[in-house]
Design a protein. Structure first.
Length: 276
């Protein structure tokens, strides 16, 4: 385990955002900070090799501690923090691909260190059949590995965030019936994600605040002429916490207005606040 660090009393705000290119959307990070004031911001789809990551611009926003794992053109994850963080060196190379989809860290937090995991799960292509579509098979294999990993190491004082590319609940999508055959909401994907969540005893932090019968989305397609009017969204971005932190959750934000920003990502930032 990483070395422990101390922190004073207070809250911890952890945000996650599929930024869809950190260099292209670097100017929008200042808007995220202004709106959410996160202590920690996890990014997915940074699409940036580590040597080209825009450290100077991000440090100017107050994120003096950064972990990055990226590659040219696609994938990539980063953890930006105003608090000291330490990289976890013992986490897997998922599916043996080295494709920059996960970062694990220990964060200096009130009450003691918190283990944080930032995931970008494969999207899975367009055809929900592993025989016809290897990308879909990769997605299912990734989630199966993550499930086995969670079984082997029960979560304690842990937070898991990211673009998981699966909308598990009926009201996590704009039409449950119409999306049952669409990648991200198929029964096999929902079952796989549910098994992962249950294996680790993970608590759904967003649904902690928003009842399952209410609509909750974090992604709207670029294809929509008017995304807000059609509101054909999906909840692909998630925050899970270990059972011992469920009672520490105090607030959540889904920054829906970010979808209207110039050069917006198709995902919007999500944040939870804890008093751990």
């Amino acid at each position: 385990m990483p070395a422990k660090a101390t922190a004073g009393r207070g809250t911890l705000r952890i945000a996650t955002w599929n930024i869809n290119s950190v260099r292209l959307r670097l100017p929008l990070l200042s808007d995220v900070v202004a709106a959410l004031d996160p202590d920690v911001l996890c990014l997915q789809e940074t699409k940036c090799p580590d040597e080209h990551f825009p450290h100077d611009g991000i440090e100017a926003l107050g994120f003096t501690h950064r972990l990055v794992r990226g590659m040219k053109g696609y994938n990539g994850v980063a953890i930006l923090s105003k608090r000291p963080i330490l990289l976890r060196a013992d986490d897997p190379d998922w599916c043996g691909r080295g494709d920059c989809r996960h970062l694990g860290a220990s964060i200096d937090a009130p009450g003691g260190p918190i283990e944080l995991h930032n995931f970008y799960i494969p999207a899975g292509g367009d055809i929900p059949d592993r025989e016809k579509n290897p990308k879909f098979g990769h997605k299912l294999d990734f989630v199966a590995e993550a499930t086995a990993w969670s079984i082997a190491r029960p979560a304690r004082r842990a937070v898991m965030v990211g673009d998981l590319n699966i909308a598990p609940l009926e009201h996590d999508v704009w039409s449950h019936k119409q999306l049952l055959t669409v990648v991200s909401h198929t029964p096999v994907e929902v079952a796989a994600l549910t098994a992962w969540q249950q294996a680790g005893g993970w608590h759904d932090a967003l649904r902690h605040f928003v009842p399952p019968e209410e609509k909750l989305y974090t992604w709207w397609s670029y294809r929509a002429a008017d995304w807000r009017a059609s509101d054909r969204g999906r909840r692909l971005d998630h925050v899970w916490v270990s059972p011992d932190l469920a009672g520490a959750l105090t607030r959540h934000v889904v920054l829906k207005d970010a979808r209207d920003w110039t050069k917006a990502s198709d995902h919007v930032p999500v944040m939870v606040e804890l008093t751990p």
